[in-house]
Design a protein around this ligand. Structure first.
Ligand code: ATP
Length: 353
């Protein structure tokens, strides 16, 4: 079999430091993969590098992505161009993770965030642009006053996209059930207030879940769900939600296991997937060599699984978890003093056995 092709986009600010550590481990695993590594975003030549990256993405099996603050521009192509509609964000506690919870043992759930629509389509503008539409507000029981100085933002929920993300979440819950999981799908949105848009999301998810009688199904209004993430995360399994709530609540989910440094993600479409940490570019610790690379490393492990390299994925993940169980080489966000590359070397040392 030919080598797999992986595009590596290290990202911006402190993200490339986490990527360097991750590449150290991937290199040590000696896998049948050709990596095409791009420079960090601040070295991108406007337009030119983005065009090269898009071509490389088209010719690749997958992309490993560091976070971007806007300099690494091809994120838009990875998401909307490649229609990676399901953003899978696991929150799984492991011994040694510095969780603020009294009993983090057994926290193991996944947020499936719709990744390409909702309020994230950049449909914003001056309120008075809406005047010709003569919109009637259900809440105000009358017309929207567009004479005010203000801005609107448009939220879009489509049937096609909701159905496919819901179906993806159901299949994931089923896969987890076969591996001993709870076999439960939870849907959350603000369907009591946004009756049309979020109500539609809930209705489509409900309909989709009905095709999977092996799964339990439940739904909560998103504010109630936020409380549940904190109060009873152990009861969750796979949770599907619109884009904005998923963005916010997956940071909260990461908080339950010990913070953003620990939370990986994969963004899946029907024909392509890319992998990135949940966290942003951590600009406040840029250049300090202390960013926790765990989230990027576990994203790379998800990537290996996607590429069909399951054994390598398991070895990678087990080596990371062993560093935490040992507790000697941890980065400052986890209460340790280790630097990013020291952590990487500790993971490499654990690959052996
Ligand atoms: P975005 O909106 O792009 O998701 P954000 O505003 O959530 O970004 P982050 O870059 O995720 O911001 O950082 C939030 C805080 O968490 C910062 O103080 C940052 O240093 C810290 N942080 C994020 N990721 C890590 C990490 N991997 N290791 C250590 N600290 C981190």
């Amino acid at each position: 079999m030919a080598n797999r092709k992986v595009v590596v986009l290290p990202g911006d600010d402190a993200a490339p430091e986490a990527m360097e550590a991750t590449m150290e481990v991937l290199g040590a695993l000696e896998l049948p993969i050709d990596y095409l590594e791009f420079p960090p975003g601040d070295q991108w030549v406007r337009g030119e590098t983005d065009a090269r990256a898009r071509k490389a993405i088209d010719e690749s099996d997958t992309t490993l992505f560091g976070s971007t603050s806007g300099k690494t521009t091809s994120i838009g192509y990875l998401r909307w161009g490649k229609q990676t509609y399901a953003n899978v964000r696991p929150a799984k506690w492991s011994p040694g993770y510095k969780s603020p919870m009294a009993h983090p043992e057994g926290i193991d759930f996944v947020i499936v965030r719709e990744n390409i629509e909702d309020l994230y389509l950049g449909l914003e503008g001056p309120l008075h642009d809406l005047a010709p539409l003569k919109l009637q507000s259900r809440i105000l029981r009358g017309p929207l006053d567009t004479s005010q100085t203000g801005i609107y933002a448009i939220k879009v929920i489509t049937e096609r996209n909701t159905r496919r993300v819901a179906d993806f979440a159901c299949k994931l819950a089923l896969k987890r059930k076969r591996a001993g999981g709870k076999g439960k799908l939870t849907c959350t949105s603000k369907y009591n207030m946004l009756r049309e848009a979020d109500g539609f999301f809930r209705k489509i998810v409900e309909e989709t879940a009905a095709n999977y009688p092996e799964l339990k199904y439940e739904q909560f209004i998103v504010d109630d769900f936020a409380r549940r993430v904190v109060a009873s995360p152990h009861e969750l399994d796979v949770v599907v939600m619109p884009n904005l709530y998923g963005d916010i609540l997956s940071d909260a989910a990461a908080g339950t296991i010990g913070g953003l440094g620990l939370a990986p993600s994969g963004c899946y479409g029907d024909d392509y997937a890319y992998f990135e940490s949940v966290h942003g570019t951590a600009p406040d610790i840029m250049g300090m060599g202390i960013i926790n690379p765990t989230a990027t490393m576990l994203s790379a492990a998800l990537m290996l699984e996607y590429l069909g390299l399951e054994d390598a994925a398991k070895r990678f993940e087990a080596a990371v978890r062993k560093v935490y169980a040992d507790g000697r080489v941890l980065t400052p966000d986890q209460g340790g003093k280790a630097r990013t590359m020291e952590f990487a070397r500790a993971v490499v040392a654990n690959l052996q056995g």
